[in-house]
Design a protein around this ligand. Structure first.
Ligand SMILES: NC(=O)c1ccc[n+]([C@@H]2O[C@H](COP(=O)([O-])OP(=O)(O)OC[C@H]3O[C@@H](n4cnc5c(N)ncnc54)[C@H](OP(=O)(O)O)[C@@H]3O)[C@@H](O)[C@H]2O)c1
Length: 247
């Protein structure tokens, strides 16, 4: 029997890799989008294959979400042999992201727009382009957002404004796409530090009620839960060790 197919953007490393890997282990065929992390994505597919008698449960789709034609990416997903075999798409996970501080003085409009392209425009275009494939399988969409809503994160205007636009777009789409397609978000707290924020990350962890960072598998578990929860739509799950309770 054909496996349910899930497409994840930026699914080759860090949190995306944990989601790709857990979904394969849970019986899904995962289309892993990458820009640079081809080897990492191949390692996920190979690890699953080695543990499961050579079975292949994933494929890699490469695209630069800023410079490439997203309609070509949509066509590649929609026409993928596993999507055809399964008769549609069970999940779309908007995970790809950029996260780099830039002071307001140095922030260019080009950089500002790049954040909106990756975090808002691409998820919109993927939703538009893959809606019919999701609809036929009563599938769902998940957006990876964050806990910055209503807060000022220093030198991250471009990032927080675009991530919160994604959050709101997902919630509005949940209203517009029901009952055919469910739409939800996961808001990770401090999970994996970026290279530039190691000190700040440590100071955040001192405040987090759970007293530690989350793990990528915590986000993967939430993604699997949302994909499989047939009566949940329009929700944002904070996976943050209680951080939002104290901030
Ligand atoms: N890490 C955390 O603690 C944390 C906290 C809050 C929210 N989140 C959210 O959770 C999600 C995963 O977090 P993460 O830290 O694992 O993400 P990440 O490492 O910052 O980015 C994920 C992937 O996005 C892809 N990407 C970036 N620019 C791209 C472009 N122009 N075209 C195509 N792909 C591009 C990269 O793919 P390649 O590697 O293939 O180039 C990258 O591996 C993100 O949406 C993030 O905002 C994470």
């Amino acid at each position: 029997m054909a496996k349910p197919v899930v497409f994840i953007t930026g699914g080759g490393r860090r949190i995306g890799a944990a989601i790709s890997s857990m979904l394969m282990d849970s019986g899904y065929f995962v289309l892993i989008h990458v820009r640079n992390s081809i080897d990492e994505a191949q390692a996920i597919i190979s690890a699953y294959s080695e543990a499961n008698n050579g079975e292949i449960s994933g494929d890699i789709i490469r695209a630069d979400l800023v410079n490439d034609d997203i309609s070509e990416l949509v066509a590649t997903v929609a026409n993928h042999p596993k999507v055809i075999e399964y008769g549609g798409l069970f999940g779309l996970i908007n995970n790809a992201s950029v996260y780099q501080p830039i002071s307001f003085e140095e922030l260019t409009f080009e950089e500002f727009k790049k954040n909106f392209t990756i975090h808002v425009e691409v998820p919109f275009l993927l939703t538009k382009g893959l809606y019919e494939q999701l609809k036929t399988k009563s599938g769902s969409i998940i957006g990876l957002v964050d806990t910055s809503q209503g807060r000022a994160w220093q030198d991250l205007t471009h990032y927080t404004s675009s991530k919160n636009a994604l959050r709101q777009m997902m919630i509005n789409l949940a209203g517009d796409l029901h009952p055919h397609v469910r739409v939800n978000c996961i808001a990770p707290g401090a999970i994996i530090s970026a290279d530039w924020e190691i000190e700040h990350f440590a100071s955040v962890l001192e405040k987090v009620p759970m007293g530690r960072s989350g793990e990528p598998k915590d986000i993967a578990s939430a993604a699997k839960f949302l994909l499989e929860s047939e009566h949940i739509s329009g929700q944002i799950i904070n996976v943050d060790g209680g951080w939002t309770l104290v901030e």
